[in-house]
Design a protein around this ligand. Structure first.
Ligand code: MGD
Ligand code: MGD
Ligand code: SF4
Ligand code: MO
Length: 898
């Protein structure tokens, strides 16, 4: 597929979405005042014009209001001074030199991110491992992809995703393991659903939790947490016992099958054994095994339910074993498929940005150290593997690491045992953070330097998506303030450390060409990652680069859709290496003290720690509050009511969340979202409660099953506040902030009395222009503050059992010219134009609320989700709300039948 030039006559730029690893092509048309119109790129092979709700709302996240625009240095009184780049860079370099001189290079670490561009990543990795001489480069990909990396390296000999997205279009069976793709990889999920609708492909979901993804599937296997490798070991036994293995492929292209099968028999001897260990019904297991066995075109795709596990590497290996045993790999419509999390988690792996990798898919063997050292002409090569994320923060806590540079990640939220990480970072001798935003939880650890980095729309470079496709991210906005790209910041520090020659790049195109040259250096087919054809790209060719799948070896610029069709693995003997599983299946043990397993993950419309999606009112209206989801039976057991509050506690920390009853969560489990931080909620930073237990092979933490307990929490009153600017609530209140049209919202719960809130509001907003309503007996206080005839703030509170009129007042607030004579009507909570309250937003793309959808079903105007699309447009853009619309339809039909 050919592309147009990156820059069209209308000023539209072709770039790539900065969120998930689907890697959708985006058309951005700057509006000339800092914003841009966003559309899907119809020519990009990943999405062919589609975008999900997050991608569609990118335009709402481009504002500079929350950005850090100048280098900042911490001063003696604990504040920050704005300093010039010259001062900041010199001081950072001097600090690093001092620590190197006093404690050696191993006292320095970088903690990077799959949201950096490949070029940023490459120079950071090169600086640390070749020039500073420390191996301690790890990244948030350790929390995300490292079990896949370890599993693929163990079995294939290389970190290779063999297949491509087209396989999802032409498979006859797609198995999603530990993936909520409807919410987390929505555009790929749509491709899967299209295959299901048009070609009749079957979809099987393996997840302890019944998710939106499961709504659109043919079989749901809600197994016990952590039991995936038992299920897949059982599949291997089933394949062998039914004579369905491909003995020719096994003999020619693999080793270790006999031992692996013998081990699988120990783990999963028969259906009853698998049923007992997975908690699944024998009939469902049998259906799954028969379906998998009888469908040659099968893709098994997985995500964090597999990776973020104390047995993640084994889970990955167990899946790969089944595909290898049947030679279902590297051919159209079949293969194992790791869904990448971040936009450039794959690019980071290519560069070698993991503590146990060196560079360009090379490890730390003497020959590889020598080769990379010669290529870089490096004076100080790191000679052994470095510390992986969790161990790195332990070393920070133990003062073995004294200098840490964090780039493009928010570890104070996203690491397990996050309070411990936060405290450790606070005590560093030298702490540097390269960031987009002025305020996040990691910045609360008081870095010595905050370096303002270019954000999406300003950055320029490449990313690699889940199917090994390298795409350009192109800048379409000017660099604001003194913001600089991450690669530039790193190279300027390198220069000041005395490594000017090795870091004298004119721009990302030169860095990329060097990275490509290294990938091909003394490669000769020995390494999977080879993009040698790109080593000759000049700046113009780089700017015009079309999305292409690696390997792209010299002389073969068209890329490679699939690998391993005829073996050719990257082990020493070129055979895939099957090995017995090493770790016992099943997640961490519960106890009397902590009887539940805390599962954590994502919601549809937020990205990670919300530094960007939290700015969008549209994206903030789907799931407004951080809730712990649990089975109604457990709720009854622990005295919890839907919509109430609960304290979730582990041996590492505790959070307070809203309670949401969800029959899709199995008994004995809790599910909590990862997105809320100390910036956006009072008590919802779940990372503080997550255990640091890691997979022994990959070092990836088990973030899906922390032993925990739950108990109800009550507050005397609930309410909400809307204001143009952020305003504090009385101490001790539980709150969550919500981006709303025209300002900021806060939903809260408090033990403060209405009178106390009245005093608080009068002090905060001033009594001038304040209309109030106080009903002491009913415990109600409401106020609306106006200035110059405009509504600037409102606060409503009442007893906990009364629903506050959030959605109604939020809409009134969106209209800045809201007529003052309506203020009293506002206090009554009636929607002023008489229109119906839309309720929570279901379709983020077109802003369609739950109430509108319900009433379309109730009035008979709609019967199916397609009718809703025609009537209200909901679900017709990205489609990620379709499972919810179908669920509403289902509920409605059940009600109607009853
Ligand atoms: N909306 C949205 N999309 C995103 C992101 C985001 O922040 N928001 N982040 C991106 C990133 S970086 C990533 S890594 C991906 C993650 O994408 P996913 O992995 O799909 O998302 P998660 O919600 O982390 O977890 C997936 C599922 O694993 C299940 N699970 C838990 N334990 C087990 C188990 O033992 N076995 C099995 N089979 N399943 C289990 C959980 O119940 C959950 O439904 O999403 C990407 N896309
Ligand atoms: N309990 C639990 N914890 C988890 C997970 C889970 O499922 N459960 N998932 C894990 C996974 S898979 C992931 S990927 C992580 C994600 O966790 P994080 O990486 O910590 O989350 P983000 O919010 O994406 O943080 C990115 C930060 O970098 C900044 N930033 C964005 N772009 C740039 C840039 O180009 N340059 C610079 N310098 N800064 C930038 C943003 O402002 C933001 O502060 O969370 C992990 N933690
Ligand atoms: S699926 Fe959505 S978040 Fe992921 S790359 Fe595409 S538009 Fe971005
Ligand atoms: Mo991730």
């Amino acid at each position: 597929m050919r592309h147009d030039a990156p820059l069209s006559a209308s000023g539209t730029i072709r770039t790539t979405c900065p969120y998930c690893g689907v890697g959708c092509g985006v058309l951005a048309t700057p509006d000339g005042s800092g914003g841009a119109a966003i559309a899907g790129d119809p020519n990009h092979p990943a999405n062919r014009g589609r975008l999900c709700s997050k991608g569609s709302a990118l335009g709402e996240t481009l504002g500079l209001g929350s950005r850090v625009l100048h280098p900042l240095q911490r001063n003696a009184s604990g504040g920050y001074d704005r300093v010039s780049w010259e001062v900041a860079l010199a001081a950072v370099a001097a600090g690093l030199k001092e620590i190197m001189a006093e404690h050696g290079p191993d006292a320095i670490a970088f903690y990077l991110s799959g949201q950096l561009l490949t070029e940023d990543y490459y120079v950071a990795n090169k600086l640390m491992k070749g020039f500073i001489g420390s191996p301690h480069v790890d990244t948030n990909s350790r929390l995300c992809m490292s079990s896949t990396v370890a599993g693929q390296r163990r079995v294939f000999g290389s970190d290779t995703v063999p297949g491509c997205y087209e396989d999802l279009d032409c498979a006859n069976l797609i198995v999603l393991v530990g993936s909520n793709a409807a919410w987390c990889h929505p555009v790929l999920f749509r491709r899967i659903q299209q295959n299901r609708a048009e070609r009749g492909a079957k979809v099987v979901i393996i997840d302890p939790r019944v998710t939106a993804t499961a709504e659109d599937s043919d079989l749901v296997l809600a197994l016990k947490p952590g039991s995936d490798s038992v299920l897949f070991a059982g599949l291997l036994v089933h394949l062998a016992d039914h004579g369905l293995t491909d003995t020719t492929y096994l003999a020619r292209h693999t080793t270790g099958f006999a031992e692996t099968l013998a081990n699988a028999r120990e783990i999963a001897s028969d259906l009853a054994g698998v049923a007992a260990r997975t908690g699944l019904a024998p009939a469902d297991i049998a259906t799954f095994y028969e379906l998998w066995a009888s469908t040659p075109a099968v893709v098994t795709a997985w995500s964090q339910g597999v990776n973020q596990s104390a047995q993640g590497t084994d889970k990955v290996a167990a899946i790969l074993h089944c595909h290898l045993a049947t030679a279902r790999i590297g051919r159209p419509g079949c293969g194992p498929f790791s869904l990448t999390g971040q936009p450039n988690a794959m690019g980071g792996r290519e560069v070698g940005g993991l503590a146990n990798m060196l560079a360009a898919h090379m490890g730390y063997s003497p020959a590889e150290i020598d080769r990379v050292g010669r290529f870089w002409q490096a004076p100080n090569m790191a000679r052994h593997e470095g510390l992986k994320a969790v161990a790195m923060l332990d070393a920070v806590a133990e003062k073995r690491i004294k200098a840490l540079w964090v780039m493009a990640t928010n570890p104070a939220v996203s690491l397990p045992r996050a309070d411990h990480a936060l405290a450790a970072m606070k005590a560093l001798d030298l702490f540097i953070v390269s960031e987009n935003v002025l305020s996040n939880d990691t910045l609360r650890a008081e870095p010595g330097f905050i370096l303002p980095a270019a954000a999406w729309g300003e950055k320029d470079g490449t990313v690699t998506n889940s199917e090994r496709r390298i795409s350009r991210q192109r800048a379409f906005l000017p660099l604001p303030g003194e913001v600089r790209p991450d690669w530039w910041i790193i190279c300027e520090v390198a220069r000041r450390l005395g490594f000017a020659k090795a870091f004298a790049y004119s721009g990302p195109s030169e860095i990329y060409a060097e990275h490509a040259t290294l990938s091909a250096f003394e490669n000769e087919g020995s390494r999977d990652f080879d993009i040698g054809a790109h080593s000759i790209l000049d700046r113009r060719a780089y700017d015009a680069l079309l999305p292409v799948q690696w390997p792209v070896p010299a002389g073969s610029p068209g890329g490679t859709a699939r690998l391993f069709t005829a073996g050719g693995f990257f082990t020493r003997d070129r055979r895939a290496s099957l090995k017995p599983l090493a770790t016992p299946a099943l997640a961490s043990a519960v106890s009397e003290e902590y009887p539940l397993l805390l599962n954590t993950g994502r919601v549809r419309d937020h990205w990670h720690t919300m530094t960007r999606t939290g700015l969008s009112p549209r994206l903030s209206a789907h799931i407004v509050e951080p809730s712990v989801c649990l089975n109604p039976a457990d709720a009854a057991r622990y005295g919890l009511a839907d919509g109430g509050f609960a304290r979730v506690e582990t041996s590492h920390g505790a959070v307070i969340l809203k309670v949401a009853l969800d029959p899709g969560v199995q008994e004995g489990s809790l599910f909590a979202p990862i997105h809320w931080s100390a910036e956006t909620a009072s008590d919802a930073r779940i990372g503080a409660a997550v255990q640091p237990l890691c997979d022994p092979q990959s070092g990836q933490p088990e973030m899906k099953a922390t032993p925990s307990r739950i108990a109800p929490v009550t507050y005397a009153a609930r309410g909400f506040m809307l204001s143009r600017d952020p305003v504090a609530l009385p101490a001790g209140s539980w709150w969550v902030s919500v981006a709303v049209e025209g300002g900021q919202g806060r939903l809260f719960a408090t033990d403060a009395m209405p009178e106390d809130l009245m005093v608080h509001c009068r002090a905060t907003f001033g009594e001038d222009g304040l209309v109030e309503m106080l009903d002491r007996k009913a415990g109600i206080y409401r106020c609306a503050a106006t200035r110059d005839g405009k509504l600037i703030a409102a606060l409503f509170t009442g007893p906990a059992d009364r629903a506050p009129l959030w959605d109604t007042v939020r809409l009134a607030f969106a209209d800045p010219d809201h007529a003052p004579e309506n203020r009293l009507a506002l206090l009554s909570g009636r929607r002023l134009d008489g229109a119906a309250d839309p309720g929570p937003i279901v379709c983020a793309c077109f802003g369609v609320g739950l109430n509108a959808i319900r009433s379309a079903f109730e009035s008979g105007a709609a019967v199916t989700s397609e009718d809703i699309g025609r009537e209200l447009r909901a679900g017709t853009n990205c489609g990620s709300c379709l499972p919810e619309i179908r669920r509403i339809a289902g509920n409605r039909n059940r009600e109607a039948a009853a």
